[in-house]
Design a protein around this ligand. Structure first.
Ligand code: ZN
Length: 186
């Protein structure tokens, strides 16, 4: 990982309340190796940044199920087009939209604002669905279920992050339901 990328990743960490630990090389299930930035945090699990750097909580790497699930999920994000688009623009778009509406409140302005927010959210849901769906395809259902249980036990995000996560990710039970329906053995 070059210095510029590392610096960007380090600058990103305070925004999610995380602290830099180290750069580590991890091996994906398909044998590929990848440098990741390891951080410590009580609430955040992992992310792929706008610069396509995987940042991951040290607790994840200590838990085999969680590590496999998170790494497959993030490796999908690494390949996605416009991976960061919805997430990075949602905050600024909401702030600018609300400021514009409070300045000049019009019905068409309200509609345009909600359409924009919905488009950004839908894009994020699509990418997150894809990443979780691929993880279900790569791993077995039991590993994924255990990873989810371990994640709930290890991380207790505050109400702010719960709302952000719920807004940006489709519910996992929905992804599992779609996966089961599409992969039903006849
Ligand atoms: Zn994701």
């Amino acid at each position: 990982m070059d210095d510029k990328s590392l610096k960007k990743a380090k600058n990103h960490l305070p925004w999610i309340g995380a602290r830099f630990k180290e750069v580590r090389t991890i091996t994906f299930l398909d044998g590929r190796q990848q440098e990741v930035v390891v951080f410590s945090s009580k609430s955040r699990v992992a992310q792929t940044t706008a610069d396509r750097i995987i940042i991951v909580n040290e607790l994840v790497l200590q838990n085999e199920n969680l590590k496999d699930y998170v790494m497959v999920h993030e490796s999908v994000h690494l390949k996605q087009f416009g991976q960061w688009f919805g997430k990075s623009w949602l905050g600024p778009a909401t702030a600018i939209g609300l400021a514009a509406l409070s300045y000049a409140f019009t019905l068409s302005g309200v509609v345009a604002f909600f359409v924009l927010v919905l488009v950004l959210l839908a894009w994020s849901w699509f990418l997150e669905f894809d990443a979780s769906y691929q993880a279900l395809k790569t791993l077995d259902m039991q590993t994924v279920q255990e990873a989810r249980a371990d994640r709930r036990a290890l991380f207790q995000p505050c109400i702010f992050w719960r709302i952000v996560d719920a807004a940006l990710h489709p519910p996992m039970c929905l992804t599992i339901l779609i996966f089961r329906t599409l992969n039903r053995r006849t």
